[in-house]
Design a protein around this ligand. Structure first.
Ligand SMILES: Cc1cc2nc3c(=O)[nH]c(=O)nc-3n(C[C@H](O)[C@H](O)[C@H](O)COP(=O)(O)O)c2cc1C
Length: 214
């Protein structure tokens, strides 16, 4: 297959620091503000530029735009999300989720997936190193979306729905599914993210030695 050289799109002007430090999981998306083909092209071009083992580029993307298809997919996502929580914690409804659990927010996405104006399903061509060669592209995709003012959230599915999802979109059996990403303009405001300090997650020269910052 011919390779192409891509120049940086003029639309991606947000400073990289702003994009990285303001990108976050956006679960409430506006169903009435479409994501354009041009935006999706920029986002997928950005994903294609990411590092990957031996430049073998195993990642493949399925973009879902049709409202009916997103509605159907949203129902399967809802089923998958609850199947995962059932397997892991025995939960079957929101009342089972502890008040302080981050899964309260994630449960919102199970309801909200149907409202996404676009959903990207990320696959790769083979197993092995395919995941590590796919997720750098996913991160580029999320940052490019952020730079265009679009919200997104990385999420997964569950084995219970995989066959039905693949059948719905004619995905060949040999494709390996990695994650799905709803995209759209955010509904409502989103505050900053919070993370562990890097002084707590980083060792300096020797495991357990702290870096020279607090
Ligand atoms: C592998 C993976 C799986 C995730 N699964 C879900 C999910 O099922 N539902 C969801 O709402 N968010 C999901 N997320 C998003 C995380 O919850 C989110 O990135 C994290 O809470 C940080 O959010 P913030 O950047 O807004 O602070 C997932 C993220 C990753 C990397």
């Amino acid at each position: 297959m011919d390779m192409v050289r891509l120049d940086p799109p003029a639309e991606l002007t947000m400073p990289i620091g702003e994009a990285m430090f303001s990108q976050r999981a956006t679960r409430r998306l506006d169903p009435d503000r479409p994501v354009t083909d041009a935006q999706l092209e920029i986002i997928l071009n950005a994903a294609s530029k990411a590092p990957n083992g031996g430049n073998t580029q195993p990642a493949r993307y399925l973009v879902i735009r049709e409202r009916d298809a997103i509605n159907e997919f949203g129902k399967l996502y809802f089923e998958a999300w609850w199947a995962k929580r059932r397997d892991a914690y025995g939960w079957s409804s929101k009342a089972d989720i502890p008040e302080d659990s981050p899964y309260r927010l994630a449960a919102l996405l199970a309801d909200e997936m149907v409202n996404a104006p676009a959903v990207i399903l990320v696959y790769s061509e083979s197993s092995g190193v395919a995941a590590s060669s796919t997720f750098p592209g996913v991160q580029n995709l999320l940052l490019a979306a952020r730079a265009l003012g679009l919200g997104s959230v990385l999420t997964t599915l569950h084995a219970e729905v995989m066959e039905r999802v693949n059948a719905m979109f004619g995905v060949p059996e040999e494709m390996v599914f990695h994650c799905c990403i709803p995209l759209g303009y955010p509904r409502g405001k989103f505050g900053p993210t919070s993370r562990l300090p890097t002084s707590a997650t980083t060792s300096w020269d020797r495991w357990g030695q702290t870096p020279p910052w607090k």
